[in-house]
Design a protein around this ligand. Structure first.
Ligand SMILES: [Fe+2]
Length: 137
């Protein structure tokens, strides 16, 4: 999955965060899918989780602030999508803490993460750009 300029929504901070998320998730998938054993991968996987856990929260907050600033009409719906995802990440994290060598679990989550991120950034988030443009006229 490659970051494309057309995914920009027109707010530098958000676009930078999205690009960073793409890069991190890409790196994560590479590690998860490599032929290394779970023991070898574990450190990298844990690093990604703690990064994602924190960064997703910061990013969602920034994005929600932008939506409020530009009076994005689907704010409540969008926030609910963020909240659900935040909970998903949290749930997964605690499952992982209890079962660190469960490769299947990590594989499943990394796939879900990738799909969610692509769909969200290229779908839901794109709707915001229209209101950013309007607000800047
Ligand atoms: Fe979003």
């Amino acid at each position: 999955m490659i970051w494309k300029e057309k995914y920009r929504i027109g707010v530098e901070l958000i676009d930078r965060q999205h690009r960073e998320l793409f890069e991190r998730v890409n790196g994560f998938i590479k590690v998860v899918r490599s032929g290394q054993s779970m023991e070898e991968k574990l450190e990298e996987i844990e690093k990604t989780f703690s990064f994602m856990g924190e960064y997703v929260v910061v990013h969602f907050e920034s994005e929600e602030a932008v939506q409020r600033k530009y009076e994005f009409p689907e704010y409540e719906r969008h926030k609910k999508i963020h909240d659900d995802f935040r909970n998903d990440v949290k749930k997964f994290k605690s499952k992982f803490e209890n079962d660190k060598y469960n490769e299947e679990l990590v594989q499943e989550f990394s796939g879900r993460l990738l799909t969610w991120l692509i769909n969200h950034v290229t779908g839901e988030d794109q709707k915001i750009s229209e209101y950013v443009k309007r607000g800047e006229k």
